[in-house]
Design a protein around this ligand. Sequence first.
Ligand code: FE
Length: 209
Amino acid sequence: MFRLTALLDFSDVGTLLARGKVQTLFRNPDLMKTNRKNAGYEGEHMDSELHELFLDELADMYQGEHQLTKALPKLAKAAESDELKRAFQSHLEETENHISRLEQVFASLNEKPKSKKCRGMQGIIEESEEMMKEQKDSTALDATLISSAQKAEHYEIASYGTLAAWAEQMGHEDALRLLKETLSEEKASDEKLSELALYRANLKAEQTL
Ligand code: FE
């Protein structure tokens, strides 16, 4: 927020919010670049509280992705449908790639990869293990697994979306490109899970009580 207020004074922000323009501003990279240039913020910035926060959140996701590489094989093993097993296995391969992409993001900032306990992902995984046990013999097991995996996906989508916005704000262009690649894979994976839920798992769970 402080960087936004550096670019626009408060009365401008109020007017733009009232007109619903602030989101448009964030979605228009050219306009954002012009505003940063006009405010003297051109180029890459590595010396702010926002940069520190960015590194901290990268460390959080780095550890969260590692937690997922341990959880996804358990989901794949538990899944009843072969299609769902394959979806979890292929997301495991993607997740390994997300880890190496985060390492590239750290490298692009001249930083070594750092890990910080990701309590958000830990909570989602713990709840998923609990639900898996509760639904072990149920026809709703696959629906349960999908619901847990989608909670993890949405957590990641929110995190990578935020990281990408911060990277864009600070002019970290290599980091932005890498984060956007992962973000689009997370979204695709979430959509694939929605399809499997709608056309397979939810129907099975509903029909056989
Ligand atoms: Fe991921």
